[in-house]
Design a protein around this ligand. Structure first.
Ligand code: FDA
Length: 502
């Protein structure tokens, strides 16, 4: 790293002693550990034995990003790019080869332009900060992205981005209209200078294979002044299984104003036995009266009543879904750190045919074996059916009824094996019920079990084992673009796009 630092200093105007202390953190810096841990979400990758970066760079300006890329390339050092640190497999702050982190947390300005209904947002901003900045300007505009406010814009937008508005407006990545990045040669590019191929690749293909994207121009979307939410929980004894069967048949065709996802987990029944509880959690873009009519038409069995519903502004619904009190100030969205970090492992699937009653029964048996395991089922359809699977690299469009996220969290390192074994068992069980050839997964719920690049020379064919699962037939185009824009495979990581050679 000595040579890297020498190069970095010579390319930036930071003096070795003073001003660099805000930007460069070596293992000897007093705040090295706190900076490393700051946004890292998954405690699995912060254990004492987890590999640590030789350096952390927190750029204050794009010239620092350019210098980091040029000097890392010159010295053959692997870079991990971090925006919000929510990567499920810690790939933004852990690597199996010597590495440094370029952490964009200090590049987080947001400029909202209500005239054009667009915003420029830097990658280090969180979704909470973005939603907050929009709400400061307007209560009838929002942005279509994820539900956890501490997620970083950088990783989220470049990997997809799915939340309560996506059935009406598509993913976050569908709503990007320009971007600024530093490529593998250290050049600063915008949409025009990067060209439409590269601009296509960074909207859902995972930015870290192609460069460091430091800002995005996004399209804001209209939301009504009143939205309605409800959460209704039913156990098996209360008919959850029948409701779930019906939900599987109808949720894909729900009005695009309705986002009604399920959280499914083991629970204690009234009689003290173990049971399964299904939470039906909705955000509806409109008032209660309209929601009740919609529910009556499409899912009367759930029996939603007026007093199950609460009306609020869209920004309050962001708080509601994130688990905050809706009467609190939306300033809580400015809190960048998630206070309950844990060890976790997630996986995902897409479902094209409803799972049979028998199939569900087996699922309950496995879920009941774990206290802190759960599934989230998110309906697709609506706008997602209208966008071609080739429009951006994210391919999971028409034909998918819903997406399953499997999740398990735990509190102590020594429990890791048992919990990871459990979620793998659950995933093994669902094999016959979910998408096949390929069995599809969502990139933003990264899962290294699908396969990894063992080294820089992994072939397109080898990487297809996992690449087709995330990107389907878009994987080939991603690999062709990668070969063009990063032929030395500088931006390599365990699930970076390989180079396509014909
Ligand atoms: P992080 O900084 O870890 O980066 C993730 C990946 O992107 C890494 O490979 C990284 O190198 C790369 N990267 C980051 N910044 C980059 C940049 N500027 N340029 C190029 N590459 C960059 N998803 C969803 O769709 N909807 C949801 O509601 C949720 N909810 C949710 C809750 C919680 C608690 C977690 C932990 C995660 C989610 N997610 C999610 C998943 C989330 O979208 C996913 O982990 C994102 O990649 C996180 O982006 P960050 O910038 O925070 O992560």
């Amino acid at each position: 790293t000595k040579n890297f630092l020498k190069c970095f200093h010579s390319k930036t105007n930071l003096s070795v002693s003073n001003s660099s202390s805000d930007v460069i953190f070596t293992e000897n810096s007093s705040s090295y550990t706190s900076v490393l841990q700051s946004s890292a979400q998954n405690l699995r990758f912060l254990t004492p034995s987890a590999p640590k970066p030789q350096l952390i760079i927190t750029p204050l300006d794009k010239s620092h990003i350019q210098a980091a890329v040029i000097c890392a390339k010159k010295n053959s050092i692997n870079i991990r790019i971090r925006s919000g640190g929510h990567d499920y497999e810690g790939r933004s702050y852990v690597s199996n080869i010597p590495f440094i982190i370029v952490d964009l947390s200090k590049l987080r300005s947001i400029q909202v332009d209500m005239e054009s209904k667009t915003a420029w947002v830097e990658s280090g901003a969180t979704l909470g900060e973005l939603y907050h900045a929009i709400a400061d300007q307007s209560k009838v505009y929002g942005f279509s992205a994820g539900t956890c406010p501490t997620i970083g814009v950088g990783g989220h937008l470049s990997g997809g981005g799915m939340g309560t508005l996506f059935r009406k407006y598509g993913l976050a990545a569908d709503n990007i209209i320009d971007a600024n990045m530093v490529d593998a040669n250290g050049r600063v590019l915008d949409r025009k200078s990067m060209g439409e191929d590269l601009f296509w690749a960074i909207r859902g293909g995972g930015g870290a294979s192609f460069g460091i994207i430091f800002a995005w121009k996004v399209q804001l979307v209209p939301v009504p002044s009143t939205v309605t939410v409800f959460t209704i929980t039913k156990t098996l004894e209360q008919g959850a299984a029948q409701l779930l069967q019906k939900w599987q048949l109808v949720s894909n065709n729900f009005s695009e104003n309705l986002f009604l996802r399920l959280v499914i987990a083991g629970a204690d029944s009234a009689g003290g036995n173990k049971t399964i509880a299904v939470s039906f959690a909705a955000v509806f873009l409109g008032p209660t009266e309209q929601l009740l009519t919609t529910m009556e038409e499409s899912f009367p069995e759930l029996g939603v009543a007026q007093n199950d519903c609460s009306e609020m502004s869209w920004i309050e619904s962001v708080l509601y879904v994130a688990g905050f009190s809706t009467s609190a100030s939306y300033d809580v969205l400015l809190n960048r750190t998630n206070s309950n970090k844990s060890y976790f492992k997630g996986k995902s699937d897409y479902v094209k045919e409803p799972i049979s009653e028998n199939g569900l029964q087996g699922l309950w048996n496995i879920l009941l074996q774990e206290q802190s395991g759960y599934m989230i089922w998110t309906p697709y359809g609506g706008k997602m059916d209208e966008i071609s699977e080739y429009e951006i690299p994210f391919p999971h469009r028409s034909g998918n009824l819903y997406e399953i996220q499997y999740m398990i969290t735990w509190e102590a390192e020594e429990e890791t094996k048992e919990h990871v074994d459990w979620i793998r068992r659950l995933y093994g069980y669902t094999t016959p019920f979910v998408s096949q050839n390929p069995r599809s997964s969502y990139l933003n719920y990264r899962d290294l079990d699908l396969g990894i690049n063992v080294n820089k020379h992994e072939s397109y064919g080898q990487a297809s084992v996992w690449g087709l699962k995330y990107f389907n037939s878009n994987f080939k185009r991603l690999a062709q673009i990668k070969a063009k824009v990063d032929p030395s495979n500088f931006f390599w990581y365990e699930q970076s796009i390989p180079l396509f050679s014909s």
